[in-house]
Write a protein that binds this ligand. Structure first.
Ligand code: UDP
Length: 250
């Protein structure tokens, strides 16, 4: 596979937070729908061909969410199932990427026989060798989310930006599905997001981004080639950073 050299006009290392919900299809009623998996994996493959380091933290909300337990388990047990769900998604993503010629390392915060155990140095080595790194298991701890895992791993692995794919096209002043006057922000500072009480990310994930000055871009997963275009420097979605002006590069 040909991997082109990075140019100065693009990020060199990014972390993509892929919500488990994106793998689900209401049409097929499948929690991991092949067409959905293919769509996101192909977006990742296009971005990987730029020769940049890509880490994906994948959620599990398509299969189970600890705080919406329907099994009458206690929260810790329910979260354990949620974390295992992220591993299932990781197995599917790694398999698709590998089958399509992309060297991929799947590491989890939870030790199991299906993937490697997450180690910071091993993940960095894999990125340096041109592997896509898929991280699952969240932080391996209940009461946390994969948003928090994503911001922590982005910081640990030296990502320049955290990219959050969602099903809305950015951050709004209110829920655009409820409030017809909701306005979309192109750019916000961390402080703006706090002052406006915007639910940008989970609180803990947001605090990590702010404390360690990790910029965040929230964008619509449905926009064709969005990941590739953002990495190349196009302004899509909403940027949250320390800068007063929308500056996509750190
Ligand atoms: N989870 C957890 N600890 C973590 C990450 C995830 O307990 O560090 C559990 C939690 O129950 C969560 C579920 O795994 O609801 C799925 O993760 P998340 O909700 O973040 O997935 P997403 O919304 O991104 O699909």
């Amino acid at each position: 596979m040909t991997i082109s050299k990075t140019t100065h006009m693009q990020y060199k290392r990014v972390l993509l937070k892929l919500s488990g919900e994106l793998l689900k299809s209401n049409k097929s009623k499948k929690n991991i729908d092949h067409a959905q998996l293919q769509h996101y994996a192909e977006e990742i493959i296009k971005a990987h061909k730029l020769g940049i380091g890509i880490t994906i933290v994948i959620g599990g909300g398509n299969i189970h969410r600890g705080n919406k337990d329907v099994l009458q388990l206690n929260r810790t047990e329910s979260d354990h199932i949620g974390m295992l769900a992220t591993i299932m998604n990781g197995i599917a993503l790694r398999s698709y990427l590998e089958n399509n010629g992309v060297p991929t390392m799947h590491m989890s915060s939870i030790a199991c026989a299906m993937c490697d155990v997450y180690k910071q140095q091993e993940a960095i080595k894999a990125l340096e060798h041109g592997h896509v790194v898929v991280l699952t298991g969240g932080l391996g701890l209940p009461y946390f989310t994969t948003d928090t895992a994503a911001s922590l791993r982005a910081i640990e692995l030296g990502a320049e930006v955290m990219l959050k794919m969602t099903n809305v096209d950015g951050i709004y002043s209110a829920d655009p599905n409820i409030d017809p006057y909701a306005v979309k922000f192109d750019h916000l500072t961390f402080q703006d997001a706090i002052d406006k009480k915007l639910a940008v990310l989970d609180r803990m994930a947001f605090v990590l981004c702010q404390t360690y000055k990790l910029p965040l871009i929230v964008f619509d997963a449905a926009i064709p080639n969005a990941l590739l275009r953002i990495i190349k420097g196009e302004h899509i979605g909403t940027i949250v950073s320390d800068h007063k002006e929308p500056n996509i590069y750190p």
